[in-house]
Design a protein around this ligand. Structure first.
Ligand code: HH2
Length: 287
């Protein structure tokens, strides 16, 4: 019997989308908003990545440049220095698919050559050469919505209709990716929580997340430890936003998200264990 379950083929490493999957965040940066400096050497990043695998991560997302509001650009050579050794060594130590979180086409290409099987671009492949690099890499891509640039995106974000505007943007990026030769089965979309959005905007996007599944590709949600979670819970410190982040990602899963991008993998895996068990319960037929 042919298995028709959707899946992502990440350079031979398969992510089955039969249930929400957990993407573990590995920031090889000194300044990431919630864990900057914690894993910013090759050895520390690899150790952290393997810990996330042990906690149940289905994908690892390796990033060498912070995208937090106000973040400075990282030069190409420095970003390559940060992420490529991690990906090369990690790919030999785990079978878990590896995603590269970068906007630079040269980093995307080098990362895939080094063993990455997914490209995650917070700019939705809008950079010069990014679509071509991703098409040539032939791996799944995550297209995310961002309003403006990290430096200024949170200054005063405004939309006529945030859900409609983000929906249109992502539909356009899917079209652009397909025109560049990227197969639709290799496309994931992401509304970009916190990337040029107020908490009200993020709540509208989460409340109506189901609408994005209309675009016919898997949806990724990334709310982990973000400022909006802090505002809603009163948790000033990012590391104290685990429960709020898990709650938000469960709501995202309930509204169609198939990939959940989180720092706190063990907590998310436990929450999904309960969610999956309830989802598997056969409901009495409505008479
Ligand atoms: N697809 C996707 N990628 C992302 N990359 C980075 C961040 C920001 O989180 P983090 O990586 O923890 O922080 P920083 O960018 O400061 O390293 N959020 C997303 C997201 O929501 N979706």
């Amino acid at each position: 019997m042919f298995d028709t379950t959707p899946q992502l083929d990440c350079a031979g490493r398969i992510v089955k989308l039969d249930r929400p999957r957990v993407m573990g965040i590995v920031n090889v940066t000194p300044d990431s908003f919630s864990d900057g400096g914690a894993h910013d050497t090759t050895d520390a990043a690899i150790a952290h990545a393997l810990e996330l695998v042990a906690q149940g991560a289905d994908i690892l997302d390796i990033g060498g440049e912070s995208t937090r509001p106000g973040a400075a650009d990282v030069p190409l050579a420095e970003e390559l220095r940060r992420v490529i050794p991690v990906i090369e060594q990690l790919a030999r130590q785990t079978d878990v698919p590896i995603s590269i979180d970068s906007c630079k086409p040269e980093v995307m290409s080098a990362a895939v050559r080094a063993g990455a099987g997914m490209i995650n671009d917070v700019r939705g492949l809008r950079g010069d050469g990014a679509l071509q690099a991703a098409a040539e890499a032939g791996v799944p891509v995550v297209l995310m919505h961002m309003l403006g640039e990290p430096r200024s995106m949170q200054d005063a974000p405004a939309y006529d209709d945030v859900v409609g505007d983000v929906h249109r943007f992502l539909a356009e990026r899917i079209f652009a990716a397909e025109m560049a030769g990227i197969s639709k089965k290799n496309i994931v979309i992401d509304p970009g929580f916190g990337f040029g959005k107020t908490t009200a905007h993020n709540l509208a996007l989460l409340a109506q997340l189901q609408r994005f599944s209309e675009l016919g590709v898997p949806v990724l949600a990334g709310l982990s430890r973000k400022r909006s979670i802090g505002e809603l819970t009163g948790r000033e410190r990012a590391s104290e936003r685990v429960a709020g982040s898990v709650a938000a990602h469960l709501i995202a899963a309930q509204r169609g998200a198939m990939l959940l991008r989180v720092h706190d993998v063990a907590a998310m895996v436990d929450a999904l264990a309960v969610w999956n068990a309830v989802s598997a319960v056969a409901l009495p037929r409505q008479t």
